[in-house]
Write a protein that binds this ligand. Structure first.
Ligand SMILES: [Fe+2]
Length: 228
């Protein structure tokens, strides 16, 4: 039997990303909001957020008010952002005590939903590398994908498949240091990360819509909150 030499991989320098599954009711509510907005030209115009965003995307619709008005989504965001904040803090303070990273010590930390928008992407759309400002955390949840998207992805090159993918970019490529982290979208999957981290979205060719919600969050230590 090979000796394990008490080996552990310790990665104190890597920025952390949280992955979660959105409540199905939140995905359904956002899809209903998106369809209602797209069906109404006045709503489409008044919620157009494209002048504030980097993407070459068919529709970028500001839905911050609708997120605040959807309790199942609001509560989910509150849970994941608080948990991420505490786990980051604990991982930094107690990086050799991995069990401690599961414990939330301070329950006063509050979360503010700063901005949220829905991205409606169709074939050829993309989002160039960018970061988000005016917040601490950024996040994305995947709401809809083209019917043929999985087949398109599977037919891509065996390595470095990126069609329709979200990709994070950090630092340099070096031995033992990965500088790209690529995420294949799946409906209901949700990711949260430090807002300074560069990321981009690659184009795809399938007919149909790749819909996601992007939400910026800020921490408010012990003070007021925009949450009840
Ligand atoms: Fe972004």
């Amino acid at each position: 039997m090979p000796a394990n030499h008490d080996m552990q991989l310790v990665a104190p320098f890597s920025p952390m990303i949280l992955k979660a599954t959105m409540p199905a009711a939140a995905v359904a509510a956002l899809n209903e909001h998106a369809q209602a907005i797209l069906a109404c030209p006045a709503q489409r115009k008044s919620r157009d957020w494209s002048s504030h965003l980097a993407g070459a995307v068919r529709h970028e619709l500001r839905v911050t008010d609708l997120i605040h008005a959807t309790p199942v989504l609001r509560d989910f965001l509150y849970d994941v952002a608080r948990t991420f904040a505490y786990r980051c803090e604990n991982a930094l303070l107690h990086f050799t005590d991995y069990a401690a990273t599961e414990n939330l010590r301070d329950t006063r930390l509050q979360v503010a939903i700063k901005e949220g928008w829905i991205n409606e992407m169709t074939a050829g759309d993309y989002n160039p590398a960018h970061c988000h400002q005016g917040c601490h955390f950024s996040s994305v949840g995947f709401l809809a994908l083209p019917a043929d998207y999985n087949a398109e992805f599977a037919a891509d090159k065996a390595r470095q498949n990126t069609a329709g993918c979200l990709q994070f970019i950090d630092s340099r490529s070096a031995l033992g240091a990965q500088n790209l982290f690529t995420i294949k979208p799946a409906i209901g999957d949700f990711y949260l990360w430090p807002s300074w981290m560069l990321h981009c979205v690659y184009p795809f060719r399938s007919a149909g819509t790749r819909r996601s919600v992007a939400i910026n969050l800020a921490l408010q230590g012990g003070g007021g909150s925009d949450l009840p």
